[in-house]
Design a protein. Structure first.
Length: 161
């Protein structure tokens, strides 16, 4: 198989995984992200692999809203080149494996995704526009993880099961 065939197969696997229940979806993403790392010769997906390996499935705060956006993003994967597809896959992972909802946006209208600074234990939200609240959380040191379901005070009906 040539590179474009491998890339096309990867996109198909992502599309199939996003149609499954939470446990199967997470299970499928482990080899998908491993294969993507090898195919693109990158470590861009290691954070997401670490998060889904490290945390129990019940604690991963997958939301219905995030899953819907991830499914919409898959359409872009079909047309993506080898550089943009890596960014698109990373965005899909962020949509699927972090908490966020359609009513929580920064002042620049970017969706917030929730994380925890490991050193300080501060729960923070970061938008795709680069806005961090609270600002003292400082995620730039790279020492952060996804916010877990049990750390969030949100309505249970937002979560995908």
């Amino acid at each position: 198989m040539n590179f474009s065939s491998h890339q096309k197969k990867l996109v198909e696997l992502i599309e199939i995984a996003l149609k499954k229940g939470k446990i199967e979806l997470i299970s499928d993403f482990k080899p998908i992200l491993n294969d993507a790392s090898k195919l693109f010769k990158t470590d861009k997906f290691q954070f997401w692999l670490q998060q889904i390996r490290q945390h129990q499935v019940e604690e991963i705060p997958m939301t219905n809203y995030g899953l819907d956006l991830a499914k919409q993003q898959v359409r872009n994967l079909v047309l993506a080149d080898r550089n943009s597809i890596q960014t698109d896959i990373t965005y899909i992972c962020e949509c699927v494996f972090t908490y966020f909802n359609d009513n929580d946006m920064c002042f620049m209208q970017g969706d917030f995704h929730y994380y925890v600074n490991i050193e300080s234990g501060v729960l923070f939200k970061e938008s795709n526009m680069g806005v961090v609240e609270p600002s003292e959380a400082n995620p730039e040191n790279g020492n952060y993880r996804i916010a877990l379901k049990s750390e969030l005070k949100v309505n249970e009906n937002e979560f995908y099961v």
